[in-house]
Design a protein around this ligand. Structure first.
Ligand code: SF4
Length: 461
């Protein structure tokens, strides 16, 4: 990024993105896009960009070239809100014609107090309002023949993988979270819509679909598992049926944000049969029953270790990834030690850990027993040491194995790839030093030669 104001790049509009977003007619109004937050927000941004491109807009790679800038914000944690405010501030300074979208948009007053000149503030899922605000700020050209977009829409991820959002909102009420009040209750997409989007993505070259939502295992509950027509058959909007159908597409299918409800057991055989990746992202957040109860976590009453053991009997190669919070109000030393022992027994492949941070308006703020910052810090380090020990052991056992990997990047020094047990952005990599005869998106067989605590090194076999 240059310091020259006139050429300052947008944070997520690199040359690669601009290239994929296509070339619009010269006179088309240009929209700059800044997307903050989680993959779900990224999917929202993709939807908005797709609609804007279909309406004839071009995407500006820098602030100076944009007729208007949309900042898609995150409003989950205070730190995310701060980051959103800073991003709005940067867009105001660099361009001055700014529309705010996304979760932080619910705090319109705060945004307008800080930046009275913003053109519009819209909230989560208000795609139409964002698009209308852009139309108002920079009226579109009407040339539907020149402004065609690819059938799969426009994406911010590389060409070979894509996020597939199956629902919005959440019916749970975890005490530390305000997502349900920002994004509303669970609203599942009809199964046929999800499948048609997945098919379009596969046709466009996607090799890996990453299924996301706030609570993937609750899919369809709100629409009573309604059936919709896909490929001449009635497909229920049910977690298992959707997973089975996605497994027919012949690409890697990875499940994120799945809670350990009993009905999740039924998709494990699909993993053992190679129809889904042997990977489950289960945001456990803690293991101590007392802390889970205070967090009001879904499926907290389940005997999770027994469940994990059963899953591994069916699919021995299953990799579990998860996130945890340490220093939650009321977490005692014995709760924390319980968590560490649970971690060792659960043998999670990949973990992320956050020090508890209060979120404005969350119920957890009223809980007694705040944990001092230095204790949170100390527990975070102890947690990460155990996580590293578990990961190191697991990756060492991979040495000598022949596995499939998906190529993410290639340069003159070699290729960067991922195994079936690693999601993009959040998990580890497989380095193929000197391997230049492959292309991004290829799936190749490699033999693992070396491992450290987080990554693997291999050679084509
Ligand atoms: S499951 Fe809990 S943490 Fe996740 S979105 Fe729903 S309420 Fe928030």
């Amino acid at each position: 990024m240059t310091t020259d104001t006139a050429e300052k790049s947008l944070p997520n509009a690199g040359a690669g993105h601009a290239g994929r977003l296509g070339v619009a007619p010269q006179a088309a109004p240009k929209v700059g896009f800044v997307s903050l937050g989680c993959p779900k927000a990224l999917v929202d941004s993709e939807r908005i960009i797709t609609k804007l491109r279909a309406d004839g807009y071009a995407i500006a790679p820098d602030y100076a070239g944009a007729d208007v800038v949309v900042v898609n914000t995150c409003g989950f944690l205070d730190s995310a809100k701060q980051e959103s405010l800073e991003a709005i501030g940067e867009a105001m300074t660099e361009n001055g014609r700014v529309i705010v979208a996304g979760c932080f948009g619910v705090e319109e007053e705060r945004i307008r107090d800080a930046y009275p000149g913003v053109l519009a503030v819209t909230g989560p899922h208000q795609y139409e309002q964002v698009v209308s605000a852009v139309h108002e700020a920079a009226p579109p050209l009407h040339d539907s023949f020149l402004d065609l977009v690819p059938a799969e829409g426009l994406r911010l991820t590389p060409r070979h993988y894509a996020y597939l959002k199956i629902s919005e909102g959440c019916n749970n009420r975890c005490s530390f979270c305000i997502i349900p009040s920002l994004r509303g209750d669970l609203a599942s997409r009809p199964a046929a819509n999800v499948m048609m989007e997945a098919e379009r993505l596969v046709k466009a070259g996607v090799k890996e679909l990453l299924v996301i939502s706030q609570d993937t295992s609750a899919y369809g509950l709100d629409i009573k598992y309604a059936q919709s027509q896909w490929k001449g058959r009635a497909l229920p909007a049910r977690f298992h049926d959707l997973c089975e159908a996605l497994g027919e597409l012949g690409v890697w299918v990875r499940l994120h944000y799945v809670y350990p409800y009993p009905h999740v057991d039924t998709v494990i055989p699909l993993m053992a049969e190679g129809r889904l990746l042997p990977y489950l992202d289960v945001p456990f957040q803690h293991a101590s029953p007392a802390v889970l109860k205070a967090m009001r976590r879904p499926a907290a009453q389940e005997k999770t270790l027994d469940r994990i053991r059963r899953w591994r009997e069916i699919c021995p190669d299953l990799a579990l990834r998860s996130t945890f919070i340490v220093g939650f109000p009321g977490e005692t030393e014995s709760d924390f030690v319980f968590l560490l022992e649970w971690m060792r027994e659960a043998r999670l492949a990949r973990v992320g850990c956050f020090r508890y941070e209060p979120v404005a308006d969350a119920k957890a703020n009223d809980l007694p027993g705040a944990v001092p910052d230095e204790v949170k810090e100390e527990r975070w380090h102890r947690f990460m040491a155990v996580a590293q020990e578990v990961s190191e052991k697991r990756l060492a056992s991979m040495v000598g194995r022949e596995i499939d990997v998906l190529i993410d990047e290639v340069d003159e020094e070699g290729a960067l790839a991922r195994s079936q047990w690693d999601a993009p952005e959040i998990d580890g990599s497989v380095f193929l030093n000197g391997e230049t005869c492959v292309q991004t998106g290829d799936i190749v067989k490699v033999r693992i030669a070396h491992a450290d605590a987080y990554d693997l090194w291999g050679e084509r076999s």
